[in-house]
Design a protein around this ligand. Structure first.
Ligand SMILES: Nc1nc2c(ncn2[C@@H]2O[C@H](COP(=O)(O)OP(=O)(O)OP(=O)(O)O)[C@@H](O)[C@H]2O)c(=O)[nH]1
Length: 318
């Protein structure tokens, strides 16, 4: 691992970025928030799902105030396979101030311990609650909410597979915003009869600062092109250097750590044969140059699939 550059050699703040590009709030998501609030009275428990890589800054403050104290509430940190398991306890302790019940899940694992615990916990909390306006209802109804692409559909499917032994009901996608409309109730258990309401992903329209927006983009909760792949890749490089995670040097075949995104992207493009061919009129021949956009996409992908290490982007909160 190359650590030749001292911490001071790297940027201490991330500049650039057009803040306007981070205000991504498609109409169906705004509608989703309203529907979610209306539906709160029809449910017995709320499962709030977040990306474990951004357990603090990824949360939607509107959710917190809408839910708190009204219905049993479980905070799920999904994609736990992508973070270092040794910091789970610290994250949990910190979040317990806001939510008593924090569960980590990995929807890619068929027999995940978190998924296993989740529904029994929801049942227990519902049984202990007075269920307000739903006390006469026999069936349990759970609502899953969260920012886009955190794994709401995957988790609904996991619960269904586990407790009902049935196949997928919700569409899963690698792009944010796949769940377009509120699906009707999805049965997740027969005994007790329980349903899940699958709502569209909702992202806070009020991203408090650029850095939070970039973390959300890095975790794919905002479509890449809206922020710009090169900007996201540059933020990733800034973050990796700031927190001294130098695995990227080896992964991308660099000589040493660097703060220069063009250097990194050029190397990635060369390594992967991502070249653009164009005609140079002065020389009268075709020449090639590195395709930096394609390289930025590859760099972001490396982070998202965990190639650069098991990274939790909210390190400064611990
Ligand atoms: N590594 C990892 N990937 C996951 C996990 N859960 C879901 N994913 C992936 O994350 C992406 C988004 O999953 P979805 O279930 O479609 O997320 P969603 O929250 O329903 O998405 P929207 O409909 O866009 O709001 C997909 O590519 C999933 O395969 C997990 O626990 N670990």
């Amino acid at each position: 691992m190359s650590q030749k550059l001292a911490k001071e050699s790297f940027r201490s703040v991330f500049k650039v970025v057009d803040k306007e590009s981070l205000r991504w709030f498609p109409g169906h998501m705004g509608k989703g928030l309203k529907q979610m609030q209306q539906r709160l009275k029809k449910v017995d428990c709320v499962m709030e799902i977040h990306d474990a890589r951004i357990p603090f800054s990824g949360r939607n403050s509107d959710f917190k105030y809408t839910i708190s104290g009204i219905k049993p509430h479980i905070l799920i940190l999904n994609k736990v396979d992508l973070i270092d398991s040794r910091i789970k306890k610290q994250i949990e302790t910190k979040l317990k101030n806001e939510c008593e019940h924090v569960i980590f899940t990995n929807c890619k694992l068929s027999n995940d311990a978190g998924v296993k615990k989740l529904f029994p916990l929801a049942q227990e909390l519902i049984n202990k609650s007075d269920r307000y306006n739903r006390s006469g209802e026999e069936d349990f109804c759970v609502m899953m909410i969260g920012v886009p692409n955190v794994g709401k559909s995957s988790l609904t499917n996991c619960l269904r597979n586990r407790f009902l032994r049935k196949g997928n009901a919700s569409q899963v996608g690698a792009r944010p915003g796949i769940t377009r409309s509120v699906l009707m109730k999805i049965k997740i258990s027969e005994k007790p009869l329980s349903y899940m309401l699958d709502t569209p992903g909702i992202l806070t329209p009020n991203i408090p600062n650029t850095e939070v927006g970039l973390k959300l983009a890095l975790c794919n909760t905002i479509e890449d092109h809206l922020v710009g792949e090169t900007t996201i890749a540059d933020y990733l490089l800034y973050w990796l250097n700031k927190f001294q995670h130098f695995e990227y040097v080896q992964v991308f075949g660099l000589k040493e750590a660097t703060d220069d995104i063009l250097e990194v992207l050029t190397q990635i493009a060369l390594n992967n044969g991502k070249m653009l061919k164009f005609k140079d009129p002065s020389a009268g021949m075709y020449v090639q140059r590195p395709n930096l956009d394609a390289a930025a996409k590859l760099m972001i992908k490396s982070f998202r699939i965990g190639e650069l290490g098991k990274l939790m982007l909210d390190e400064e909160f611990l």
